[in-house]
Design a binder for this molecule. Structure first.
Ligand code: ASP
Ligand code: MG
Length: 455
C-alpha cells in the first residue's frame, strides 16, 4: 500500500485534477490511499467566512459562500460533463456540504461569537468538497474508488484548530477502515487536514496539515512509501524566492528533513516526518506538474551522505531575553522558565544561556503575551522583534572542515544576535535583523554551495 497526498495546487482546477488522477492511475497496482487538500485558496476563503461570521457580516458571508459553491459546482461540471450520473452525484454532495455550512455560518452570524470548536467545523469543509468531487472524477476515469471520511480515522485531543493526534488510537482504527474501503476497489480517497476527537467532535491538524494526515495514515497501514505531491520539484537547497542558483536535493535523511521543516523550509508540514520515522517509511516529495521528475527522497540516515543540504530561515521570530540574578548558582531555574512556555503552548526553537541570562527564539506567529507576563513576575524580560533566524542544515556538518568559517565569512559586517549549534550535528542556527535576512541567506547559500568541499 502507498499513500499519495495531493496539495491544493495539485487539485486547483480541472486540468490539475486530471493530471493528478492520471498519476494515481499509474500506481493502482500499489493500492494507493489518496489524501487530498482543499482546492488551492479554499481554506483561506473558509477562514475569511469564519471571520466575517464572527463579526456578524452576514451579507459578506453570503457573497463568499456563494463563491465557494460556484467554484466547486463549476469544477464538477467541467470534470464530469461526460458522466451525467457522477456529475449529479458530485453536485448533490457539494450542495449538501454547502447547505449545511451555510446554516452553520448563519448561526454563527446570529450569535456573533466564534469558538475554536466552531471554527474547526467551518475550515475543514474545503477538504470534504474537494475529496467528493475528485472521488467522482476518479470513478469517471475508470478507477474503482472507495471513500473514507478522515474524521473516522484521525483522532486528536480537543485542541480544535491544531489537534494533537493520538497515534495509538489511529494505528488501531485505520487498518480496518482502510481495508474495508478497499473492498472491491483499486484506490481509496480521503481528506487531509481534518480530524476529530475521540467523541467525534471535529478538529483540524493546523495549517498545511494534510501532509501530516498522509504520514499518520502511512504509519498506521505500514505503507511502503508516502508520496507528497506538490508544485515544486522536491526539496531545494534554499527557498528559490529568495535565493538564486538553488538546487533540488536528491535525498535527505529524516532528521535533516525534520530540521528543515521546523526551521523554515516550506515544503513539508513540520510534524510530517515523525510518524514516518517511527516505521521507517520513505517519504518522496514530488511535483504533480512534472510527474516524470525524481523529486526528493527522505530516507533513513544510513542512506544519506554527510554534508550541508540546505540553508533555511524563519523570517519573523521573537528573541525573548530573560535576565535574572536568581539564576546564578541555583538549580531548577530553567525548569521553571520552560514550564511557563509549555503551559502557554509556545514552542521554542533556539536556546542560549549564560550565567544570568537565557535567550530563546520563538516563531512570531505565536502569542507570547502570557509567557512574557508570567516570566516578568520573577525576571527582567526583553523581547526583540523584527528578527530572523537562519539555519544551515546537514548531516554531521560538525565534521566539515571550516564550516563555521565558511558560514560566517560572508557575514563579517552583519550583527549576529544569537548562535546555536544543535547537539545532533544537523543544524547550526543564528539570528540576524530581519532587514538583512534576504542578503544573509543569499550570501551564505552562495558561499556554502559554491564550495565543493561542503557538499
Ligand atoms: N487545506 C489546509 C490548508 O490550507 C491543509 C493543507 O492544505 O495541507 O492549510
Ligand atoms: Mg502544504
Amino acid at each position: 500500500m502507498i499513500v499519495m497526498k495531493f496539495g491544493g495546487t495539485s487539485v486547483a482546477n480541472s486540468e490539475a485534477i486530471t493530471r493528478t488522477i492520471s498519476i494515481v492511475k499509474g500506481k493502482l497496482s500499489e493500492r494507493p490511499i489518496v489524501v487530498v487538500s482543499a482546492l488551492s485558496k479554499v481554506t483561506d476563503l473558509l477562514y475569511k467566512i469564519a471571520d466575517q461570521a464572527a463579526s456578524r457580516n452576514k451579507a459578506e458571508t453570503e457573497v463568499l459562500l456563494a463563491q465557494l459553491r460556484a467554484r466547486h459546482t463549476g469544477l464538477a461540471h467541467e470534470l464530469l460533463s461526460g458522466h451525467p450520473a457522477l456529475c449529479a452525484e458530485a453536485c448533490a454532495k457539494i450542495d449538501s456540504i454547502c447547505d449545511e455550512l451555510e446554516s452553520f455560518v448563519g448561526a454563527v452570524c446570529s450569535i456573533g461569537e466564534l469558538s475554536d470548536r466552531s471554527k474547526a467545523v467551518i475550515i475543514g469543509n474545503g477538504e470534504y468538497l474537494s475529496s467528493n468531487i475528485i472521488c467522482c472524477a476518479m470513478k469517471a476515469s475508470g478507477i474503482r474508488t472507495g471513500y473514507i471520511d478522515a474524521r473516522s480515522m484521525i483522532v486528536t485531543d480537543s485542541c480544535y484548530l491544531k489537534g494533537e493526534p493520538d497515534s495509538a488510537l489511529i494505528e488501531e482504527r485505520v487498518p480496518a477502515i482502510v481495508s474495508k474501503a478497499f473492498d472491491g476497489q483499486e484506490a481509496v480517497i480521503t481528506q487531509g487536514f481534518v480530524s476529530a476527537t475521540v467523541t467525534g467532535e471535529p478538529t483540524v491538524l493546523g495549517r498545511g496539515g494534510s501532509d501530516y494526515s498522509a504520514s499518520l495514515i502511512g504509519m498506521a497501514v505500514d505503507a511502503e512509501r508516502i508520496e507528497i505531491w506538490t508544485d515544486v520539484d522536491g526539496v531545494r537547497t534554499a527557498d528559490p524566492r529568495k535565493v538564486e542558483n538553488t538546487r533540488c536535493i536528491e535525498k535527505i535523511s529524516f532528521e535533516e528533513a525534520a530540521e528543515m521543516a521546523h526551521f523554515g523550509a516550506k515544503v513539508l508540514h513540520p510534524l510530517t516526518i515523525e510518524p514516518a520515522v517511527n516505521k521507517n517509511i520513505p517519504i518522496y516529495v514530488l511535483n504533480s506538474m512534472n510527474p516524470e521528475g525524481t523529486g526528493t527522497a527522505i530516507l533513513q540516515s544510513s542512506f544519506i551522505a554527510d554534508g550541508v543540504k540546505s540553508v533555511s530561515f524563519k523570517e519573523n521570530i521573537f528573541v525573548i531575553n530573560i535576565f535574572s540574578t536568581k539564576m546564578i548558582n541555583t538549580s531548577g531555574f530553567l525548569k521553571k522558565v520552560f514550564e511557563i512556555f509549555s503551559e502557554n503552548r509556545v514552542s521554542v526553537d533556539l536556546i542560549s544561556t549564560s550565567e544570568a541570562n537565557i535567550s530563546v527564539t520563538v516563531d512570531a506567529s505565536q502569542n507570547i503575551d502570557g509567557v512574557v507576563g508570567r516570566l516578568s513576575e520573577f525576571a527582567d524580560v526583553i523581547v526583540d522583534s523584527d528578527k530572523s533566524q537562519v539555519s544551515v542544515i546537514g548531516k554531521n556538518i560538525i565534521n566539515l572542515n571550516g564550516l563555521l568559517r565558511k558560514t560566517f565569512a560572508p557575514l563579517q559586517d552583519c550583527k549576529i544576535y544569537m548562535i546555536s549549534q544543535g547537539a545532533s550535528y544537523v543544524n547550526i542556527s543564528f539570528v540576524v535583523d530581519r532587514s538583512v535576512l534576504s542578503d544573509v541567506v543569499r550570501q551564505v547559500h552562495k558561499y556554502l554551495f559554491e564550495n565543493e568541499s561542503c557538499n
